[in-house]
Write a protein that binds this ligand. Structure first.
Ligand code: 3SL
Length: 255
């Protein structure tokens, strides 16, 4: 296994695809997707473009769909939800498809959608991601941070590091053997340093500060929690993610 970290979708190599690609948007798109699927969403369908989202979701029965959209951290007018994972209660979401477009997270998923396997990772479902990797052993893995409009995001990098940190421990290999690029080593060092203060780190990050200004304090607290969901969003067809069933049964002790 070789793990490569790309801080933003723009850094993905122009040529080639990995065996497994993981999009990360801790604040907040991939945290929201994992939460929606954990409470029984039928699927999550991602869009970069709001007009396309409207067009595709229009063909869906109104009681079976929810539209979630965020721009600049705020809810898109006329949509059911913004991008808060805390809106994803069982009552609101179970049995429905979440049609979602966000500034950066859905763009990262779109950028990797041609990989053989596409996963959505966050701190809250880090262990489910690692269990999948241990069970399936993909040769090359790309972890792609969503960043913010092309720039680096601390919270996505620390999550990439959390995945590699636990993977390395479970495999018992050296960082030199596991890391595909320097970014993977740096991300793991970041997690190693901050693993007991993840909420503090998220509060210090640029996007964390932006969300705090929008009064999303509880979202930050929720998204900073490690390993609280065993739900793994996996792409079933381009742009459509469902809850992976097999990861839940994989009995791999990675703690
Ligand atoms: O950029 C994104 O995709 C979002 O997750 C940003 S926000 O946290 O909803 O503001």
């Amino acid at each position: 296994m070789k793990v490569f970290v790309f801080h933003t979708p723009e850094q993905i190599p122009a040529e080639g695809t990995p065996d497994c690609a993981i999009a990360i948007d801790v604040l907040r798109a991939t945290s929201t997707m994992a939460t929606a699927l954990s409470v029984g969403a039928e699927a999550v369908q991602v869009f970069s473009d709001l007009n396309e989202l409207m067009k595709v979701s229009e063909a869906w029965e109104p009681q079976k769909r929810l539209r979630a959209g965020e721009r600049g951290g705020s809810k898109v007018d006329g949509f059911d939800f913004g991008n808060s994972p805390l809106d994803c209660t069982e009552d609101a979401v179970a049995g429905r498809r979440l049609f979602i477009s966000t500034t950066n997270g859905t763009r990262a998923l779109t950028a990797i959608q041609s990989a053989s396997t596409v996963l959505a990772g966050a701190l809250i479902n880090r262990q489910a991601v690692v269990q999948y990797l241990l069970a399936h052993k993909p040769e090359t893995i790309w972890i792609v941070g969503s960043g913010w409009e092309g720039a680096y995001s601390l919270e996505d990098t620390v999550c990439a590091g959390a995945i590699i940190y636990q993977l390395q421990k479970a495999l018992g290999v050296s960082m030199g053997d596991l890391a595909g690029n320097d970014e993977a080593i740096a991300a793991t060092a970041l997690f190693s340093e901050w693993q007991d203060q993840l909420l503090d780190l998220l509060k210090s990050a640029t996007h964390g500060q932006r969300l705090l200004r929008l009064n999303c304090t509880e979202d930050l607290a929720y998204c900073s929690k490690l390993d609280i969901l065993d739900t793994l969003p996996i792409q079933r067809e381009p742009g459509v993610l469902v809850k992976n069933q097999s990861s839940i049964q994989a009995v791999v002790n990675v703690r």
